[in-house]
Design a protein around this ligand. Structure first.
Ligand code: MN
Length: 436
């Protein structure tokens, strides 16, 4: 029996705006939180001890993390190297460098020849010798169209057509790998990807932009004893029959408020050929709390906010207070006492929102037809928004690039750092466009 620890989506170096500088270390407390969570995973791997660690991708927010962040990451994985625990580091979308092939943030471990570290930046089968026998690990990194296709092949095709082509191409390559597998060895597929039936966590917007999802049937194959995924930050098993389990362990810390209600953790696996047992192990991560209160109809607005704060356990949590009020209530808000009520929090933000007394303006053109071209929809929307006039031209240009073929622009891996107010909802459509 082979014991495996599967973790993913570390995103070390994310969410500094939710932290503060620790005066003792000079480091952002959110970096320390992420390192603590990773360190708990590695502790468990060493205590068990496991025979293999699988990391499902997205080590950092982008492919060029600052050296002290890289060092914090490497310092934890080094503990596995010292204990002779083989480790697979899969390359996720946030790890890839947009300039040409290779150069992912994790490739340095292969370049340095770190013993027992397998970098998954191509679709390859690694046969790994562990203390308790051999295991086959297929690595399937984040795919971009250039991974499997030439520019000529995709010229003139729509995004949907390209995605279909990409799936077909992947199906063939994967089939080739599967045929070369030793049927007597336990086999794991490690993939950084979006499966079509996944419930989305923080990667939701990326998925909308990319539109590239893989069918579950492509992964839930009898040749695999366990499918170890990364990319979606919310833990879930996608395969109801559990044969094989197709599991996102989720991220190990909350990357932003979209993960406020999610449990964070890693997965422990016991594997034999044809038999697998797995278990999600929660990590004690920092709480995030959104306190949202509408005081526009309250008689005593200040008391209503204070009551909403008092109801929540905000000690050491990352908190955002959002209160909706009418403009004439502004004078009744005592912000000093709000700050003092929120002071037990680790960090907090206060976001007052004015409730408009006027009905929300509708844009009739956008309701007329569902088949309106997205760019036209955006133009119409912008024409109706005086307040966005200054940035309208650059938004149109960005949208044009996105819709043309420059998927890389869309996937610039900084999206987690952006707060929801950077989103523009085009009324009447489900489209969300991200300002770059
Ligand atoms: Mn990802």
């Amino acid at each position: 029996m082979i014991k495996i620890l599967h973790l993913s989506d570390i995103h070390m170096g994310s969410g500094f705006s939710h932290g503060q500088i620790n005066p003792e270390t000079g480091l952002n407390t959110r970096l320390e939180d992420f390192v603590n969570s990773l360190s708990r995973c590695i502790d468990r791997a060493l205590v068990e001890p496991v025979d293999l660690v699988l990391f499902g991708g997205d080590a950092f927010p982008d492919a060029t993390p600052p050296p002290y962040v890289q060092e914090a990451f490497a310092g934890q994985f080094r503990r596995l190297v010292d204990a002779n625990v083989p480790t697979v580091l899969l390359v996720g979308n946030h790890d890839q460098h947009s300039q040409g092939q290779g150069g992912a943030s994790l490739c340095i471990y292969r370049t340095l020849g770190v013993p027992g570290v397998f970098v998954g930046d191509t679709l390859t089968t690694h046969r790994i010798q562990t203390r308790n026998g051999s295991v086959q690990v297929l690595t399937l990194p984040w795919l971009t169209r250039s991974t499997l296709m030439t520019r000529q092949e995709t010229e003139g095709s729509s995004v949907g057509e390209v995605n279909q082509l990409l799936i077909e191409r992947l199906r063939i390559v994967l089939e080739g790998e599967i045929r070369r597998l030793d049927p007597n060895l336990p086999t794991v597929l490690v993939g950084h990807l979006m499966v079509d039936n996944a419930c989305l966590g923080a990667e939701r917007l990326l998925a909308v932009g990319k539109g590239f999802t893989l069918p579950l049937s492509l992964l839930a194959r009898q040749s695999f004893d366990y499918v170890a995924l990364g990319h979606v930050h919310r833990h879930q098993n996608l395969n109801k029959s559990n044969d094989p389990p197709v599991v996102y362990p989720g991220s190990i810390e909350r990357v932003d408020f979209s993960e406020e209600k999610e449990d964070k953790g890693y997965v422990m696996i016991e594997l034999e050929k044809g038999r697998v047992h797995w278990e999600f192990c929660p990590l004690p991560v920092r709480a995030f709390h959104t306190i949202e209160v509408d005081i526009s109809k309250a008689e005593d607005p200040q008391a209503a906010i204070m009551k909403a704060i008092a109801k929540r356990d905000i000690q050491d949590a990352v908190v955002r207070l959002i209160y909706k009020l009418r403009s004439e209530q502004l004078d009744f808000i005592d912000s000093t006492s709000l700050h003092s009520a929120l002071s037990p929090a680790h960090t907090y933000t206060i976001q007052p929102e004015l409730v408009s007394q006027l009905a929300r303006p509708r844009i009739p053109e956008l309701n007329a037809s569902n088949s309106i071209d997205p760019l036209e929809a955006l133009k119409t929307y912008l024409n109706n928004r005086e307040d966005l006039k200054d940035i309208a031209a650059s938004m149109l240009e960005a949208a044009h690039n996105l819709l043309a073929d420059n998927a890389q622009v869309w996937l610039e891996p900084t999206t987690h750092e952006q707060e929801p107010q950077n989103h523009l909802s085009v009324e009447g459509r489900d489209t969300q466009l991200r300002l770059l």
